[in-house]
Write a protein that binds this ligand. Sequence first.
Ligand SMILES: NC(=O)c1ccc[n+]([C@@H]2O[C@H](COP(=O)([O-])OP(=O)(O)OC[C@H]3O[C@@H](n4cnc5c(N)ncnc54)[C@H](OP(=O)(O)O)[C@@H]3O)[C@@H](O)[C@H]2O)c1
Length: 249
Amino acid sequence: MRIAVAGGTGLTGRHVVEIARRRGHDAVPLSRYGGVDLVSGAGLPQALVGADTVIDVSNIGSIKTDVAVSFFAGATRNLLATERKVGVTHHIALSIVGVDAAPEGYYAGKLSQERIIEAGDIPWTIQRATQFHEFAALMFDTAKAGPMHLAPRARTQPIAVREVAEHLVTLAEDGPGGRVRELAGPREESLADMVRSYARAIGHRGWIPEVSLPGALGRAQRNGSLLPQNDPILGRQTFAEWLAALPDG
Ligand SMILES: NC(=O)c1ccc[n+]([C@@H]2O[C@H](COP(=O)([O-])OP(=O)(O)OC[C@H]3O[C@@H](n4cnc5c(N)ncnc54)[C@H](OP(=O)(O)O)[C@@H]3O)[C@@H](O)[C@H]2O)c1
């Protein structure tokens, strides 16, 4: 099967491309680096020729509502319109558990992506997953007050990105499934503890205060709305195992 992977050079996308190829598929990564811009549409028709399935794991690193909505809505509309023209028969998108509990900022973008796919006419699958283990590193790098790192208070059930990528390729092989069972890691963790453990693992010795993030997202993080709800599929690798496997230094 020919699988176009939107965002195929990113954290998730690299695993999806490698796993799909290992399973004998023809996997084509789409990224600006490779000459395809999902938002302007440049290079997209050529890149999708012959594709049976699109797995969308593209991303934008902004928490601003207008930026996130413009990216996810724009990229999804361009993908679906081009898929219709070239005959793609299955669109798969990776979304996040609990996005509707806090439809603001980045999550507003993900929700707009889901709604456009559901309303479209390309047969689809939406896979929601919880935070990846790497989310601890992202929070360590970005949640800061001046030079001080912060540990956001949140309940999460983090999963290995590799396991998410394995599922996405299986979904491509299975065909359109609509909303499929959520994916989550094997156990609930405290995000603040994850950030502090990550910091220690990379040699950071400073104090990292725990903070409550404001707004609907902060509330959803604390009250468990971002935990999986109905009979999720559970991954195997724990956060502690992920941490132990980090390269030294
Ligand atoms: N991180 C988590 O905890 C988590 C949990 C659940 C779901 N997700 C979802 O997983 C998805 C993938 O996240 P990730 O962290 O793996 O992404 P990532 O590492 O940030 O990679 C983003 C990819 O998108 C491409 N891209 C960005 N803008 C583009 C554009 N205009 N045109 C074409 N390609 C573009 C990038 O390549 P170029 O820069 O070369 O264009 C890159 O390949 C996201 O949709 C996210 O919502 C993430």
